[in-house]
Ligand binder design. Structure first.
Ligand SMILES: Nc1ncnc2c1ncn2[C@@H]1O[C@H](COP(=O)(O)OP(=O)(O)O)[C@@H](O)[C@H]1O
Ligand SMILES: [Mg+2]
Length: 207
């Protein structure tokens, strides 16, 4: 029995592990995603499937100082709160700086994140799932504007019956204030679990 208790403690430590990231850029010639299949892409990032049902997200970091970038700050935050199911699970995050191309002074900087594969919340098929999700969170609804200002964020935090959603909102609040919300339907994602769909904040901030 003693062993059982020890196991539980260790698993909890794993879940809450302080995975302090070393985000000092490593110099490389090119960040090449090779022949990896695409899982999606946006303005900043390209996302690639791995063979093990995970993805690798290559995010361009435009900021002259990568430490000040919204997505870099978000990945740091969620790495410290991996026990919160509203945040994506990340397995590693590394920063790279490419050699400058001819004529350029500085090479491009990328944050490469190995993370869990999530499902999109868009498309007709998903409407029922989205409804189930909103019901389960005890909120009135979720729109492209739900996180646009402090008042609307706090009203969701107050409304919800899910304490982990409340925690996630308060943890993100400083970054919402610094960068603004980019939480439209394309930047929420879903984790499908045996107990139902889990909302995940995939890409919450304007860069
Ligand atoms: N963890 C993931 N699993 C599967 N697809 C993803 C994942 N993260 C992102 N994607 C896909 O890639 C797209 C772009 O990713 P996103 O994180 O929104 O970056 P950005 O909009 O900054 O380029 C998403 O809209 C989605 O289609
Ligand atoms: Mg996006």
């Amino acid at each position: 029995m003693g062993q059982g208790i020890q196991l539980v403690v260790k698993l909890k430590e794993l879940l809450e592990a302080d995975t302090t990231l070393n985000l000092t850029p490593r110099n490389v010639k090119r960040v090449n995603t090779g022949k990896m299949k695409s899982a999606g892409g946006g303005l900043q990032a390209s996302v690639h499937k791995t063979k093990s049902n995970t993805v690798v997200k290559k995010a361009y970091i435009p900021n002259a100082n990568p430490e000040d970038d919204a997505y870099v700050k978000y990945v740091k935050l969620i790495s410290e709160h991996q026990g919160n199911p509203f945040f994506p699970r990340i397995y590693s995050a590394k920063m790279y700086q490419e050699d400058p191309v001819e004529g350029a002074e500085l090479g491009k900087v990328y944050l490469v994140v190995h993370m869990e594969r999530l499902q999109e919340l868009t498309g007709k098929k998903i409407t029922d799932t989205a409804q189930e999700l909103i019901r389960s969170l005890g909120i009135n609804g979720l729109t492209d504007n739900s996180f646009d200002n402090t008042a609307s964020r706090f009203s969701i935090a107050e409304e919800t019956t899910n304490p982990q959603l409340r925690d996630a909102i308060f943890l993100m609040e400083p970054l919402f204030r610094e960068f603004g919300s980019d939480l439209h339907v394309g930047n929420f994602m879903l984790r499908l679990t045996s107990t139902g769909p889990q909302l995940v904040f995939a890409d919450p901030f304007i860069n």
